[in-house]
Design a protein around this ligand. Structure first.
Ligand SMILES: [Zn+2]
Length: 339
């Protein structure tokens, strides 16, 4: 009854894209490259999101309720020009969501996981399910990342930053999962621009991000910056103490950029000092707790990096004072997800 024109259009795109997808083995023999696909089909962002939601519609593993939930990812899908549409179509078309008890192979703090090889999301927690589900669905959407070599902190930080911007009631309050990873991703967004960060994340291309960092910071100090940050977060995740010197090795690569390129009394500079001071907490005895203390005493910034609706709602970057239920916050802080 409703919108039959749109339906026809949708089926046409789905048919074309699926035809391409199904004919990949044959095309492969004739040397495929990006321009081959470009010449065959070009769809705009709205068509892309419509098509991917069609994949959800046709999914045989999901309940109607789960499908309704996935439709809420429309904006995230529509606003990303770098999505690997074919891989994401397949991932969303065959995704399964299982609610189960946590296996012994997973640490207690893990409340959910996306397993790319099986294209399955497993949810372990009984409460706070939606946050976990959103995070894992975003991993599923960017399933193609597994082909790349992006650092873990970058994948988790971006995943959670996108989840916050597109779904959270209080999108700027990073108090749930991966607050330090998000902070680091924000610093990278400020240096190279959110567009490069989104492209690198969506395509799994680490070199793209490294090159952009080198261009901005100069190749000498930044050649191993991403790897150094990655090492730092690996230590943090494993509970190995981090020294102040290790953090300094990273901040001294970044500081000169802000000294030279950003006005000292600008909000950008202020935000960098704030984010930097959060990263410095990684060398304290209990970074998670100190993070919350700092958040509560200093507040946070309303800067949007990706969501267009959020950007329209909060067009300027201001500092906001913290108001939250403390006990609830601490409870949430204990929970984390893994890739
Ligand atoms: Zn994750």
């Amino acid at each position: 009854m409703k919108n039959t024109k749109k339906e026809k259009h949708l089926h046409r795109i789905a048919f074309i894209l699926l035809s391409i997808y199904l004919s990949i083995p044959q095309i492969g023999k004739r040397e495929i490259n990006d321009s081959y696909f470009d010449s065959q089909i070009s769809i705009d962002n709205t068509e892309q999101s419509t098509l991917l939601l069609h994949a959800v519609d046709e999914n045989l593993n999901l309940t109607e309720e789960e499908k309704e939930f996935l439709y809420q990812f429309k904006d995230l899908l529509e606003e990303n020009p770098y999505l690997d549409c074919i891989t994401t179509y397949q991932a969303m078309n065959e995704l399964d969501i299982i609610y189960t008890t946590r296996g012994k192979e997973y640490p207690e703090k893990i409340v959910g996981i996306y397993i790319p090889s099986e294209n399955v999301i497993k949810i372990f927690s009984k409460d706070n399910n939606l946050d976990t589900l959103i995070h894992e669905i975003i991993h599923c959407i960017f399933m193609n990342q597994k082909e790349g070599n992006l650092p873990e902190f970058f994948i988790e930080g971006m995943t959670e930053l996108l989840a916050n911007e597109y779904f959270e009631e209080n999108p700027f309050l990073e108090e749930n999962s991966y607050p330090f990873e998000i902070t680091m991703v924000k610093i990278l967004c400020d240096i190279v621009g959110p567009d490069i960060v989104l492209k690198s994340y969506s395509t799994g291309n680490k070199e793209l991000l490294e090159e952009a960092i080198s261009n901005k910071l100069g190749s000498n100090s930044s050649s191993r910056l991403l790897d150094n940050i990655d090492q730092l977060f690996k230590k943090y995740e494993s509970g190995i103490p981090i020294s102040e010197e290790e953090i300094k090795a990273i901040t001294t690569s970044i500081d000169p950029y802000y000294h030279e390129k950003v006005e000292v009394d600008s909000i950008e500079y202020e935000m960098y000092l704030y984010n930097r001071s959060m990263i410095e907490l990684l060398s304290t005895e209990n970074p998670d707790i100190y993070y919350l203390f700092r958040l509560m005493s200093e507040g946070y910034y309303t800067k949007t990096y990706f969501s267009q609706k959020l950007q329209a709602k909060y067009p300027s970057n201001i500092k906001v004072l913290y108001k939250s239920d403390l006990s609830n916050t601490f409870e949430k802080q204990k929970k984390k997800e893994v890739f």
